[in-house]
Design a protein around this ligand. Structure first.
Ligand code: HEM
Length: 486
């Protein structure tokens, strides 16, 4: 009777769970979920079980949403799915649970979002345009000198943009201590294993394993990495405070929050810290995919350059004001976001209460995972989805095609707060590079073009693995324009 009552309380309407692969005792479906590029397996399950799939990992219910329509219906406007699952390893032990993106739904999260909204909404992000444009042009100079380092230079440029807008810190070199610390912190996240996290979620008591215990390497690592995360958040914040005290602080998100006095330091510090963590790697990944797309699809590159030449001419570089006249570049930006989504499984949401959806039971506490990758490759939405083809968004017909902005940045109340900032960065960098350079396949030792190797990393954010290409100034005029900027 006890169990029947308990299960009745958990599932009063007695409806079934969504369909899914058969779980094994204790571990659930863990062995069926590959460690790498799990989104591919989830998309495969779509073929067998449909758009909504149930799985389990160590007793934790997972619901995978493989279609855009379902994800926007379920995770859309209601607050019910605005929580995050607990990340015992990354969140609790490594301390990342204080980030905006991972913190549980509640008052602290609301205060974070309240700080971010006025600074990052569609109109507010225009204040960052000058910084974004400036750094895009500095990038062009480095591409003249070191085209083969394009990946490193793009990373360094995004680091500078985020540091200057969030903290008012002018970064002179990639060896800058704040950048080094932030990159080191991001690197630690790549070591976090999803399975280890699920195991710790099932046995949170393991968190209290003493560090001298033979099998406690995981805890020693977590605590070491926690120090790096705290430094990433603390150091630039302390820099702003120091400069404000002497009247030397440059305008920035952090300085504005501190001046307004609307929130305690701890809230401001973690909000600002999240911006680097959430905003740099993602934008870098998008821009690297853009370069790859230009190598593989020269016809797109030519059309985009023709549009830029028509609107901008040859005696200046593109600006944000030109964007309204560049419908094709707008389609290119959409296709960059869709073609190789950088956050293929977004960040899971958590059901705060029991729910019923399409006559399926979604137990309280379920982790709901939007398979953004499957949405981006959905043939019912995008014909020939593997092809980089901005034309799909063009003209009247293009208006009926789902704009990738509506899913690559996630859903509902937890939707990405940096989408307008990211979109602006992608536009200005892509347009500036295309205005000044031709991008093509790399050459072998005999001077023949070869196909670049195309493969992508795994993880919360996925990147193109290092590849080679040729990046050459389009003309002597382009070179002088870039140098004149310097
Ligand atoms: C191409 C670039 C980017 C992509 C694809 C991206 C994608 C995402 C996704 C999928 C989520 C999870 C949404 C959900 O839970 O439904 C997210 C959350 C978030 N993003 Fe982004 N993002 C990008 C750039 C940025 C930038 C530039 C910033 C800030 C400067 C930023 C700040 C955040 C924050 C703070 C969250 C957490 C929101 C919350 O949990 O309440 N992101 N992003």
């Amino acid at each position: 009777t006890f169990y029947r009552r308990r299960s009745y309380a958990a599932n009063p309407r007695r409806l079934p769970l969504p369909p899914g692969p058969k779980p094994e005792l204790f571990i659930g479906n863990v062995r069926q979920m590959p460690r790498k590029q799990r989104w591919l397996k989830f998309a495969e399950w779509k073929k067998t079980y449909g758009d909504i799939v149930h799985a389990q990992a160590f007793g934790q219910h997972l619901v995978i949403l493989n279609s855009y329509q379902l994800a926007s219906q379920l995770l859309g406007p209601r607050a019910l799915y605005s929580d995050r699952p607990q990340f015992q390893f990354l969140g609790e032990l490594m301390g990342w649970g204080r980030m905006v993106s991972l913190i549980q739904y509640g008052d602290v999260w609301k205060r974070y979002r309240k700080l971010i909204h006025p600074a990052m909404n569609k109109t507010a992000v225009r204040q960052y345009w000058p910084a974004q444009q400036k750094e895009a042009r500095v990038l062009l100079q480095t591409l003249i000198d070191r085209p083969e380092d394009f990946m490193k230079e793009i990373r360094s440029m995004i680091g500078k943009v985020v540091m200057s807008t969030v903290y008012g810190i002018n970064v002179e070199s990639p060896e800058n201590e704040y950048i080094v610390m932030a990159e080191a912190a991001l690197e630690t996240v790549a070591h976090v294993s999803g399975i280890g996290n699920s195991l710790l979620n099932m046995f949170p008591i393991l968190k209290y394993t003493p560090t001298w215990f033979p099998w406690s390497q995981f805890k020693r690592n977590a605590l070491k990495w926690r120090v790096i995360a705290e430094k990433m958040v603390e150091m630039p914040f302390a820099d702003v405070k120091r400069k404000m005290a002497t009247g030397k602080a440059l305008p920035s998100f952090t300085a504005a929050c501190l001046e307004s006095g609307d929130a305690p330091d701890e809230i401001i510090k973690w909000t600002a810290g999240t911006m680097y963590a959430a905003g740099s790697d993602t934008t870098v990944a998008s821009l690297t995919s853009f370069i790859l797309a230009m190598v593989l699809y020269p016809e797109v590159q030519k059309r985009a350059q023709a549009e830029i030449d028509r609107v901008v001419g040859k005696d200046r570089l593109p600006t944000f004001e030109d964007r309204a006249e560049m419908p094709y570049m707008d389609c290119v930006v959409k296709e960059i976001l869709r073609w190789k989504v950088v956050s293929p499984l977004a960040i899971p949401h958590r059901a705060m209460e029991v729910d019923y959806f399409q006559d399926y039971w979604i137990p309280k506490g379920t982790s709901v995972i939007p398979n953004v990758w499957a949405m981006s490759q959905d043939e019912t939405m995008y014909k020939d989805p593997e092809r980089f083809w901005p034309e799909r968004f063009e003209g009247e017909a293009g208006k009926n095609i789902v704009d990738p902005h509506s899913f690559v940045f996630g859903f509902g109340r937890r939707v990405c707060t940096g989408s307008h900032f990211a979109d602006a960065n992608i536009f200005i960098v892509a347009a500036s590079i295309l205005a000044a350079f031709n991008i093509s396949k790399p050459l072998d030792e005999n001077g023949n073009e070869v196909d670049p190797v195309v493969s992508f990393s795994t993880g919360m954010v996925t990147h193109a693995d290092p590849f080679k290409c040729t990046i050459k100034p389009r003309s002597a005029t382009a070179i002088s324009l870039i140098q004149a900027e310097g």
